[in-house]
Design a protein around this ligand. Structure first.
Ligand code: SAM
Length: 298
C-alpha cells in the first residue's frame, strides 16, 4: 500500500478547507455533503500521529473547541463551496465536458456532484498533495462519477503543457475553477493565469474564482485571547499568501485578461443569501471580505 504522507507548506492549506467542508457535512441543515473531506482529515491526522508531525497540524473536526480563527475558516470554506458547486453543475449542463480544478487540493467534486461519465475532471496541484489524495482515495476505494485526471504541476509555470499532456482539449469548452488559489499567488502569476486560461478556452468556457478584497492581516483572525496554536497557524497562513490579484474589483480585472465578467458576489453576500450570517470577523465594518465571481470566454 502507498504510504500516506501529509504535505507541508502551502499544500497543508488544503486540509483547512477540507476541515470546513467536513464540519458542514455533519450539520443537519448542511449546504452540501462532502463525506470524503472527513476521510481525508482522519487519514491525515493518523499519518501525522504516526510520523510525529511538527509545525502545521491537521486538526480534527471535533474536540478543538471554538475559536475566532476556527469560526473564520469554517464560515469562509462552508460558504464558498456551494457557490462553486453550482457553477460546475451549471457549466456541465451547458456543455462543458472538462472541469479543471486549479489548486485542486482535496476537492471531491469528481465524486460528489454526480457528474456524468463523459465529463473529465482535471485536478491540478503539487505532487505531494495529489500523492496524499490518490493514496487515500485508493485506500477507501473511492470511485469518481466522471473521469478524474490528477495533473502534477506548478501553477506559476509549465502547467499548460502538463494539462495538455494529461489530455486537456483546447477545442472543447471547459470550466476553470480556481478555488482558494489566487491569494497564494503573486499578482503577476494571477494575471498570467487568467490570460493563459482565456487563451486555452474554447467558446462556451467559464472561469470561477475568488480573492480577498484587501490583504488579510494578523488582527483579522487572532487577538490576545487566541491560543498560541491559533496565532501560529494564522501567522503561517499569512506567510504563505502571495498578493493575489492587484485589482480593486474582479469585473475590470477579468475583462483586462480575456474574460467576460459574470456574477460578482462575496462571501458575506453568499452567506446572507444562504441564511448563514457572517461571524464578527467578516461582518464588522472593514473586516475580512472575499470576492467570489465567475466569467465566460469572450
Ligand atoms: N481548491 C481546494 C479547496 O478549495 O479545498 C484547495 C485550496 S488550498 C487553500 C490551496 C491549494 O492550492 C493547495 O492544495 C495548494 O497545494 C495549491 N497550490 C498553491 N500554490 C500552488 C502552485 N504554485 N502550484 C500548484 N498548486 C498550488
Amino acid at each position: 500500500m502507498t504510504d500516506i504522507k501529509v504535505p507541508a507548506g502551502v499544500g497543508w492549506t488544503a486540509f483547512t478547507t477540507a476541515r470546513g467542508r467536513a464540519q458542514e457535512s455533519l450539520r443537519a441543515d448542511r449546504l452540501f455533503d462532502d463525506r470524503l473531506a472527513g476521510v481525508f482529515l482522519e487519514e491525515a491526522i493518523a499519518a501525522q500521529a504516526r510520523d510525529g508531525a511538527e509545525g502545521l497540524i491537521v486538526r480534527p473536526v471535533h474536540g478543538e473547541g471554538i475559536s475566532r480563527l476556527a469560526d473564520i475558516f469554517s464560515y469562509y470554506f462552508m460558504i464558498r463551496t456551494p457557490f462553486y458547486d453550482e457553477r460546475v453543475v451549471h457549466a456541465v449542463r451547458a456543455g462543458c465536458g472538462q472541469v479543471v480544478l486549479l489548486g485542486a487540493g482535496l476537492d471531491s467534486r469528481a465524486f460528489r456532484l454526480g457528474l456524468p461519465a463523459g465529463v473529465t475532471v482535471f485536478e491540478v496541484d503539487q505532487g505531494p498533495v495529489l500523492e496524499f489524495k490518490d493514496a487515500v482515495l485508493a485506500k477507501h476505494d473511492a470511485v469518481p462519477t466522471g473521469r478524474r485526471v490528477p495533473v502534477v504541476a506548478d501553477l506559476r509555470a509549465g502547467w499548460p503543457e502538463a494539462l495538455a499532456a494529461a489530455g486537456f482539449d483546447r477545442a472543447a469548452p471547459a470550466i476553470w475553477v480556481a478555488e482558494g488559489l489566487l491569494p497564494y499567488l503573486p499578482a503577476a502569476d494571477c494575471d498570467r493565469l487568467l490570460d493563459t486560461t482565456a487563451g486555452m478556452s474554447a467558446a462556451g468556457s467559464r472561469f470561477t474564482s475568488e480573492y480577498f478584497v484587501r490583504p488579510p492581516v494578523e488582527s483579522d483572525a487572532v487577538d490576545d485571547s487566541s491560543s498560541a496554536r491559533d496565532r501560529a497557524t494564522w501567522r503561517s497562513v499569512l506567510d504563505m499568501l502571495g498578493t493575489g490579484p492587484a485589482a480593486a474589483s474582479p469585473a475590470a480585472w477579468l475583462s483586462a485578461h480575456g474574460w467576460v465578467a459574470g456574477q460578482v458576489s462575496s462571501v458575506t453576500g453568499e452567506g446572507q443569501a444562504r441564511g448563514r450570517p457572517a461571524p464578527e470577523a467578516f461582518a464588522r465594518p472593514g473586516g475580512m471580505e472575499v470576492w467570489l465571481f465567475d466569467a465566460t470566454s469572450s
